[in-house]
Design a protein around this ligand. Structure first.
Ligand code: C2E
Ligand code: MG
Ligand code: MG
Length: 770
């Protein structure tokens, strides 16, 4: 602020001016020229006055000169001051400002360095507010000015943003004070310094953000010195380890060492960090409560500006849960959850490894593909929960049969696979398959009430005999398994190349079979049954025939198992029931009212179709007396599912139809047990009858079966009678009925009708009608 001009010269001038009149008054009287003349007196006075005026002017101009010199000196001083201020401002980067409140102008010095070279030194306050200050900061800025003006604060201080020439905003801090007030005490001028704090603000913000991140991180973060003592920890650290910050500060990081690693391990980790500045990996650590947790640690050094290592920061992620979940996932990916056995993925992996080992040791690996026979029927009739328990029991039995070192896997459904290593021959694999089948001879315990008999069909393939890679070995074992099924189930087959052709043939057969019913390719043939007591044809057995448009005549031995496996037997079976009854009805209408008919029924029909209801409807539809129908069920199938079968058999019996056990002797059921079922008839299998005259054992068995069956009140039929000798023997043993080529092969319906007519007239079987 320019100082007011010094008052002294003016005062002196005024004093001089005031003194002049008295000085003039003090002129002595002798100086007066007494009445020399009035004119000369006047001249004298004028001259005196002029002199006085001249002297006064002389003083005045001298004073002016002095004044000008002083002003010049002041201006020089001021300029120097400004230059010095400029220098200081340039060094500090600060801006000096002065606010002229009545004038509404802001004077600035050095503002260009802050916001850009075009910024004017002076700016109207209103414009400054409008253009230069960030709108959000105006109000706080105004409040700060007010607080200072009201005397609340000794110094005015504000942090606000100023607009730069390029449009960006810069944070500044302004400090100042009121330097002049008017008489009423109102502020007139304010002055101060404005400083660029953009970098400071950013750094502060960064620090604040870093600190917030540190505090809010879900990973435990600890800062340790180069000696691995704790310097700082975050809340997550306390949460994970159980240690509060004050409990660990200054303590060594080894506080967290767990006994899961040796102390050398931890030392090694720390020395790696010291050497390389970094370490990361999984590490067990110990909580305050003594519990261990598995962590993933990232340990990194922190260096100062001079590049000196000052700290290490450890970021610790508790991965105990993650690891557990990972293990569970791995388990899920590799194991079957129901049985706990390895699944297809793990099987393939183990098989690959087994092959590699076998190649090295020049040994064999066998793959046994196992499918449980008729599992689906049991599952459907017992319910899925029981089905699951059955699978578990089967899994346990398989594992027990092979021992803990061989891999038993479940591929899904009722399919299991076993890998057997170190085999020296194919025979060894066959032996094992035989043992597995024997292991399933005893029924499986599903629960306290249910014991279910189930048999396996097993296919075997071997490395290197059949294939060199896992996929082929599995495929071939599967093919062999199908072959075992086709051969009657409850058996095993070793793969051979011909089977591939066989499996292709099966696929073609199945495709044709699916169309057979709609294309009306089925028909029934009828084989007469003779009573050895009445010596007459008493009935027929309906036997299914299929003439395929593509494949020609296909025997039931080929297509019945396929129809059962595919479920097609349900529709086909119903057709057979209806067709047999319709034929009987035709014969009845033509005068053959007494002839009975045996109809073969598949286990699938027994367990899955509403067989009793179906049959009742067909009987009503065709008007056939139920007593003329006998349903034939295969022995082994009925025995394995006796409990489920029983309810259906009772219902069928309730309808008044008769029930027969077909192919008796091929299974292993006891006669006494059979009698508990509502059975009327036993059909001795043709295998026994065929060998009857050559094999004394078969002779004895047949005789015993006939005697025992009779004692249990069962009717006995011998099937497959081909010779007179067989017939004679059976007659001698008191067999009730016979059936076989000797008497008649199965006949087309019309032939059968004619045959029966003809024979009914004859007296004896071996006596052709006249
Ligand atoms: P199965 O019920 O035991 O039928 C007797 C089989 O023995 C018939 O074979 C018959 O032709 C044959 N056979 C009859 N007499 C003799 C003989 O003296 N010597 C010999 N070696 N065989 C004789 P087919 O017709 O080939 O039937 C085979 C099997 O197919 C039947 O055995 C039966 O289990 C099944 N089957 C036939 N038709 C049906 C059907 O409609 N439904 C069901 N589910 N199965 C059927
Ligand atoms: Mg039969
Ligand atoms: Mg039979």
């Amino acid at each position: 602020m320019p100082a007011p001009p010094p008052a002294a010269p003016q005062a002196r001038r005024r004093r001089l001016a005031a003194a002049l009149p008295s000085a003039i008054a003090a002129v002595p009287a002798w100086a007066a020229v007494p009445a020399r003349s009035a004119a000369s007196e006047a001249w004298f006075l004028v001259a005196l006055l002029a002199l006085a005026l001249f002297v006064t002017l002389l003083f005045w101009s001298r004073g002016l000169r002095q004044q000008r010199r002083q002003a010049e000196q002041q201006a020089i001083a001021l300029r120097r001051l400004r230059q010095q201020l400029d220098l200081v401002l340039a060094h500090s980067g600060d801006v000096y400002w002065e606010l002229d409140l009545p004038g509404g102008v802001l004077h600035r010095q050095g503002i260009q360095r802050l916001v850009g070279p075009g910024a004017p030194d002076d700016i109207a306050l209103a414009r400054w507010r409008e253009e230069a200050v960030h709108p959000d900061d105006l109000e706080p800025l105004r409040q700060q000015v007010e607080r200072h003006a009201s005397g609340e604060t000794e110094v005015f201080e504000s942090e606000h943003r100023l607009r730069c020439e390029d449009g960006s905003w810069r944070w500044v801090r302004a400090r100042g004070r009121i330097i002049e007030r008017d008489a009423a005490g109102r502020p007139v001028r304010m002055a101060g310094i404005t400083r660029d704090i953009q970098a400071l603000r950013s750094a502060e913000r960064e620090t604040r953000v870093a600190y917030e991140v540190f505090r809010s991180m879900s990973e435990a973060v600890s800062v340790v010195g180069p000696d691995f003592t704790f310097v700082a920890v975050n809340p997550a650290f306390s949460r994970i380890t159980g240690y509060a910050e004050e409990e660990v500060l200054g303590k060594p990081a080894s506080l967290l060492d767990s006994s899961q690693h040796s102390s050398e391990y931890y030392q090694r980790v720390r020395s790696i960090a010291l050497r390389s500045g970094h370490w990361s990996g999984e590490m067990w650590q110990r909580r305050k409560d003594g519990g261990d947790f598995l962590s993933w640690i990232e340990l990194s050094e922190v260096r100062d500006r001079l590049g000196q290592r000052t700290h290490f920061v450890a970021v610790v992620d508790d991965i105990t849960q993650k690891k557990r979940a990972e293990q569970e996932l791995r388990y899920l990916a590799n194991y079957d959850t129901l049985t706990g056995l390895p699944n297809r993925t793990l099987l393939a992996e183990r098989l690959s490894r087994a092959i590699i080992r076998a190649r090295r040791q020049e040994s064999r690996v066998a793959v046994l593909f196992i499918d449980l026979d008729h599992f689906k029927d049991i599952n459907d009739s017992l319910g899925h929960a029981a089905g699951d328990r059955l699978l578990k029991a089967a899994a346990a039995r398989l594992q027990a049969a092979v021992g803990p070192t061989d891999t038993v896997a479940r591929l899904g459904g009722d399919e299991f696979t076993i890998i057997v290593e170190d085999l020296d021959s194919v025979a060894a694999a066959e032996r094992l398959a035989g043992e597995l089948i024997a292991a399933f001879a005893a029924p499986l315990e599903v629960d306290e009430r249910h014991r279910v008999g189930i048999t396996p069909s097993i296919g075997i393939s071997l490395y290197p005999d059949h294939a060199m890679v896992p996929t082929d070995l599995l495929k071939f074992a599967d093919t062999a398994m199908y072959q075992a099924k086709a051969r009657g189930r409850n058996t095993f087959e070793v793969y051979d190349e011909a089977m591939d052709a066989e499996s292709r043939r099966r696929a073609t057969l199945l495709a044709a079979l699916r169309r057979a019913l709609a294309q009306e390719e089925f028909r029934l043939v009828f084989q007469p049954r003779f009573s050895l007591r009445s010596e007459r044809v008493v009935g027929v057995e309906a036997l299914l025939r299929w003439r395929s448009a593509e494949l020609g005549e296909v025997g039931p031995a080929q297509f019945i198992p396929l129809a059962e496996e595919s479920g097609l037997i349900l529709g086909i079976g119903e057709w057979v029931l209806r067709e047999a009854c319709r034929t009987l009805r035709q014969w009845q209408d033509a005068g053959l009212g007494e002839i009975a008919c045996s109809i073969n029924v598949s286990v699938l029909q027994l367990l899955r179709a509403p067989l009793a209801e179906q049959l009742a409807a067909i009987l009503a539809e065709t008007g056939i007396a139920p007593g003329r129908i006998e349903l034939e069920l295969t022995e082994s199938v009925v025995m394995q599912n006796a409990e489920q079968a029983r309810a259906v058999l009772d219902r069928l019996r309730g309808l008044g139809v008769r029930l027969a056990i077909d192919d008796f002797g091929t299974g292993y059921s006891s006669l006494v047990y059979l009698k508990r079922l509502p059975i009327d008839t036993l059909k001795i299998d043709k295998e026994f009858i065929g060998d009857l005259t050559d094999d004394p054992d078969d002779k004895a068995i047949t005789a015993t079966v006939i005697t025992m069956a009779h004692s249990l009140g069962l009717h006995v039929v011998a099937e497959g009678v081909e010779t007179e000798a067989q017939l004679a023997y059976l007659r001698g043993q008191g067999c009730d009925e016979v059936q076989g080529y000797l008497l008649s092969p199965p006949l087309e319906a019309a032939h059968a009708f004619g045959f029966i007519r003809e024979r009914q007239a004859a007296r004896r079987l071996d006596q052709p009608a006249a």
